[in-house]
Design a protein around this ligand. Sequence first.
Ligand code: CUA
Length: 327
Amino acid sequence: MDSTFQLFPESASQIADRVDALYLFLVAVALFFTFLICVLILYFGVKYRRGSLAERGNPPRSNLLELAWAVVPFLLSMVMFVWGADVFYDIKTPPADALQIDVVGKQWMWKVHHPGGQSEINQLHVPLGRPVRLRMVSEDVIHSFYIPAFRVKQDVLPGYYTQMWFQPDRAGTYHLFCAEYCGTEHAQMIGSVIVLEQDAFADWLSGETGDPPEVAGARLFERHRCGSCHKAQGGSGPSLAGVFGRRVPLKSGESIVADEQYLRSSILNPQQHIVAGFQPLMPSYQGQLNESDVLKIIAYMKTLEGNASASGEDTGDGNDQPPETEN
Ligand code: CUA
């Protein structure tokens, strides 16, 4: 890497060149009109200065001219819109086969959880040439996950899962920034994204240890006695077998699809949606489970298939509810 001045950060993802091209187009249009208007201001300023003999009556009238300054900006803005929408749509639409990695932001670090159970802090290892989808959430305030070399940035919010995706197309180490002011050490909330060839990535993964999230999630499920209420049948809480992706009827008469967002809020804010036929008995686990824990439990819930088999081993007598916490 030479140290000559760079106008742009290096580009290392599938979308980077397209973002740059659009950006350059916008800058070029802005420069063109800035220049044009400056020149005209000067020109007319001199031509119609006080005391000049320029013709001031009888301004020219031309329908063509009027039409031109309505139609040309319209067409230009439509080009920007369609082009921008096209790039935006691709940035917002991860391919179905993307590798999913979880990111939890907190003051002031990034925690990364790989599907195989590997975890890292302020580093993100990803394979070259493979789409990667990040599912992100914050423990505290709003952060923003920004990888300039990939030209992607996404806010990371407390209480809500956001996502972003990219496909690295050049191996190397790239900057990772928090791009949303989040407190005293915001500027230290930085890290690296390390893009490895597929083989090197597999080596890296095998060198790290950790339980897969669904295994760690099963342990948390056990430790917090979730199964004592969430039995397959007849529990004081709804059965969790096959719950993920199912439409759940609510007490309010509405229904809701049990996606990740719903499962998260059911754990941390259980009074928000009461399932039809059940009492609002469940305490909040806010403060007992952090966002990483919740992601693991959700991973475990996704493995609970069928109607009455996998979930709800009775792990207690039903009275051992977790201690109440502040809601
Ligand atoms: Cu996190 Cu700024």
